[in-house]
Ligand binder design. Structure first.
Ligand code: TMP
Length: 211
């Protein structure tokens, strides 16, 4: 898109893979290099999308079926793009989003078995060809990730409570997305320490954008 001046970086991965802390630390790094950074997340990142977040992430796992939640995620996403992400990119900021469209493909398309084609069609209508400049996929054994989320004490755990097989399909979905988009996606071993993961992300970013 012609009016995109900044860079759009997304962090993806299963529950408990440590994306949120990595996103914050990456933001600090970019700010130390003099960049304006907008740290955001999905679902959410704009007032309307934050309201949709509550609807999707709380309550009975059976509350929404795969298609219904995919449409809700995309409503939130279009709102987030229009009100937060695109204006920030247009003024030259670096936007770091904790999750974006790959999450819908992995969780709903693969995990919930809505299917790759259905998610792709919705994506094409809602988002079109706009995509991140770079996506880090934090890959972690499913049981380790879910164990890390226990005791977080929040009520936004609708997906965390889904069955192990769902999470395994979702993990494989992320790896498949990375195989299909090798120029955009970088898989990172999230079983490493927080500091080691951050070093890997920073060194990749330097090589990609600052060398
Ligand atoms: P998080 O803020 O802890 O990452 O929680 C968001 C949850 O929503 C997480 O379990 C993944 C799920 N999710 C989807 O299923 N599809 C999506 O498109 C997005 C953005 C998140």
């Amino acid at each position: 898109m012609g009016d995109k001046v900044g860079r759009f970086i997304t962090l993806e991965g299963g529950d408990g893979s440590g994306k949120s802390s990595q996103a914050k630390a990456l933001g600090d790094f970019l700010e130390s290099m003099g960049k304006e950074v907008v740290l955001t997340r999905e679902p959410g990142g704009s007032p309307g999308a934050d309201e949709i977040r509550k609807l999707i992430l709380t309550g009975d796992p059976e509350r929404w079926d795969g298609l219904e939640e995919t449409l809700l995620f995309y409503t939130a996403r279009v709102n987030h793009l229009r009100l937060t992400v695109k204006p920030a990119l247009a003024r030259g900021a670096w936007v770091i989003s904790d999750r974006f469209a790959d999450s819908t493909m992995a969780y709903q398309g693969y995990g919930n078995q809505l299917g790759v084609e259905t998610v792709r069609k919705i994506h094409d209508v809602a988002v079109g060809t706009f995509e991140p400049d770079l996506t880090f996929i934090l890959d972690l054994d499913v049981e380790t990730g879910l164990a890390r989320t226990e005791g977080r004490g929040h009520d936004e755990d609708r997906f965390e409570r889904m069955k192990l097989a769902f999470h395994e399909r979702m993990r494989q979905g992320f790896l498949e997305i990375a195989r299909q988009n090798p120029d955009r996606c970088q898989v990172v071993d999230a079983s490493q320490s927080i500091d080691d993961i951050q070093m890997e992300l920073r060194s990749y970013l330097k090589g990609r954008f600052f060398s």
